[in-house]
Design a protein around this ligand. Structure first.
Ligand code: NIG
Ligand code: FE
Length: 412
């Protein structure tokens, strides 16, 4: 099945396959072809160019994109999309004055979600998560990472990851999974965190690896959760099974987790709302991608990741949603891109690079996603008629998406 899109006003992010990420000043540049075409052949991008050089092509379908912008689908490298129920009540509690940390300390938060998930069947969990996945695909997401971490028992962590894997099998969206057993210390281990870390390393991890359920390993490295020492232990253990780290770090406190993540060759370090100079220094010269989650900052009213400072230091930056029931009940990457511009002072070019090519890097999908490149996945967003791509973050509350192709299939 060949689909040709013609008269595209702006075709964004056409890059050579050798470009796997952009950093520092490079992030200011967003490749752009005016008056362009692109040819999709089943699941891959076959070719693209400008209209004056459009060859004679045998195609099944031609779509006129006059006035429209086409870009690669969003790469959401950090989500907790598999969860049970919601935490609407905690949202109201926070409105009335309780803090996120106070709610967590009184048995709410992650432990609340774990309680719900443990008593939810795998089938029900799948149905709930699939609905969310379909929604985010319609909002332009074509590749997504999904974490465990609301199970906190061997059985429930496995249940979550099986659901995530099944989503990857049933849908055309690319799915990567991360094992986040170290998301919170369960009630039963309240006075024995070491025992829980031991359980993660000696029971959960080997079982998850033997079922091939995880691509990465994650830890919530934070005061009151898991220390830098715990993080080192868990990431080192993961390495033995060839699982690279993608960690939650510096959300509320800078405790040295970024340097540890870099030392352990983590693929990404995520959150970074509270960042010190030594953290920036630790990232320099590494292959670790810093990832900002601005809709989490928005929802919790916590500081925004200093993305401007990260990019100005010559580093790359990726953007993701953090879609989860507690800190970010939204998987809308369009909002993330807009919020990065509005609150973190990224330019539209930087934000789009961060949400596409750098997002793909942050989940190991550089070879197939994140840019308009021959042979990469036919995963595209076609906007409605807009004056230029700058409208995507500028008109932040509007639905500007006309069509979404995910691995060649129309999702909107
Ligand atoms: O990335 N920070 C840790 N974990 C999640 C939120 C967990 C929750 O509140 O359910 C996050 O924000
Ligand atoms: Fe998260």
């Amino acid at each position: 099945m060949k689909t040709l899109l013609t008269n595209i006003s702006q075709l964004l992010q056409a890059r050579e396959p050798s470009v796997t990420l952009v950093k520092g000043k490079e992030m200011e540049t967003l490749p752009l072809l005016n008056n362009a075409w692109i040819l999709l052949n089943d699941t891959v991008i076959e070719d693209y160019g400008t209209m004056e050089n459009l060859p004679q092509l045998e195609v099944n379908e031609t779509i006129d994109c006059t006035g429209k912008t086409v870009l690669p689908t969003w790469c959401d490298s950090h989500t907790h999309l598999v969860y049970a129920g919601n935490r609407e009540q905690e949202f109201v509690d926070r409105i009335k004055g309780k803090t996120y940390q106070e709610i967590a300390a009184s048995g709410g938060g992650i432990l609340n979600s774990a309680k719900k998930l443990q008593i939810t069947s795998e089938d029900s969990l799948y149905i709930q998560a699939a609905k969310r996945l379909e929604e985010v695909m319609q909002m332009g997401t074509g590749a997504i990472e999904i974490k465990s971490g609301y199970g906190l028992t061997t059985e429930a962590e496995i249940k979550m990851l099986r659901v995530a894997r099944k989503l990857g099998k049933e849908y055309d969206v690319a799915v990567k999974t991360s094992f986040l057993g170290a998301h919170a210390v369960p009630q039963e281990f309240k006075n024995n965190k070491e025992g829980y870390v031991e359980l993660i390393c000696t029971e959960m991890l080997p079982k998850i690896v033997s079922e091939k359920l995880a691509d990465y390993i994650d830890v919530f490295c934070e005061d009151g959760y898991f220390s830098v020492e715990d993080t080192r232990k868990i990431l080192s253990e993961g390495k033995k099974y060839n699982l690279q780290g993608k960690i939650h770090v510096n959300q509320f406190n800078a405790i040295g987790g970024i340097a540890e993540g870099v030392k352990q060759e983590a693929l990404s370090v995520d959150h970074l709302e509270v960042l010190q100079n030594k953290d920036i220094e630790a990232l320099k010269g590494s292959n670790t991608m810093p990832v900002a989650l601005p809709s989490c900052s928005y929802f919790l009213s916590i500081p925004y990741t200093p993305g401007r400072q990260i990019i100005d230091a010559g580093l790359p930056l990726a953007l993701a949603t953090d879609y989860n029931p507690g800190s970010t009940p939204s998987g809308n990457m369009n909002f993330v891109v807009a919020t990065a511009c509005i609150k973190m002072k990224l330019t539209p070019e930087e934000a789009i690079n961060a949400a596409t090519i750098n997002g793909a890097y942050a989940m190991g999908l550089s070879e197939t996603h994140g840019s308009i490149t021959k042979g990469k996945s036919a995963s595209l967003i076609v906007t409605k008629e807009i004056p230029s791509y700058g409208f995507i973050p500028y008109a932040f509350g509007s639905d500007l998406i006309d069509m979404v192709f995910v691995n060649g299939k129309r999702r909107k």
